[in-house]
Design a protein around this ligand. Sequence first.
Ligand code: NDP
Length: 251
Amino acid sequence: MTSTTLEKLAGKTALVTGGSRGIGAAIAKRLASDGASVAITYSKDADAAGTVVKSIESAGGKALAIQADASNSEAVANAVEQTVKKFGRLDVLVNNAGTAIPRPFEEASMEELDRVIDINLRGIFVATKAALKHIGKGGRIIMIGSCLGERNMTSGLASYAATKGAVKMLAQGLAREVGDRGITVNNVQPGPIDTDLNPAAGEGATPQIANTALKRYGHVDEVAALVAFVAGPEAGYITGANLTVDGGTNA
Ligand code: NDP
């Protein structure tokens, strides 16, 4: 870590939901390397969450892992309070926790549709409401939406895309509600990124690669870099924006 990178988020605290694996873990590590104290939530994999915390701490940073399923309102609100209790403040909320249950819409059960809404949308409502009690001037709320929230070329992901479209509009609307408090709200929209949720070696990868302009999957660090920029002081005049990092999928 250099002093230059430390300066960007030094003294700030970030909470990354679903930060134990994939895109969320990369964001957590990147924000920590930029100087923030970072709390992450996870639902199941305590070992993976512990590995992220250890990685941040061994690089000289401060981190905390909190078990909080995004579909459990009480647990999510409690995770925000635990973060503030541990680090004394909250400056950046990254609403990353999300899931997809790929299935043709007509075959999906209402339980599956409710689950996707509860994690991808309702969980964000709860975390954001709780975080806004603490986030002040210069604060950042960053959604992890999806390029599918604007344009969907993938069969079986209609309900997932619907939640990500809703996240996009939430970011735009909320940006106007909290802008006069000096808080920005933005929506980072990844394209195909190599994670457990969407493995580059998976059977669905070939058409996704074909849909990109760059003809490859993205790396989690490429999403984390954009989130770090939006979280930092140089992005102070960017709000209500949908920032796509999708290798040209939606071009
Ligand atoms: P992964 O499945 O690889 O990782 C998901 C992370 O979220 C894990 O840390 C997981 O921890 C946690 N998580 C999962 N369910 C819950 C839950 N109910 N409550 C709390 N935490 C949970 O996903 P990705 O990293 O691929 O995706 C992250 C975000 O990026 C999602 O919002 C996704 O929709 C979005 N995205 C991903 C794309 C991709 O191609 N990968 C493309 C566009 C958007 P644990 O297992 O312990 O619950």
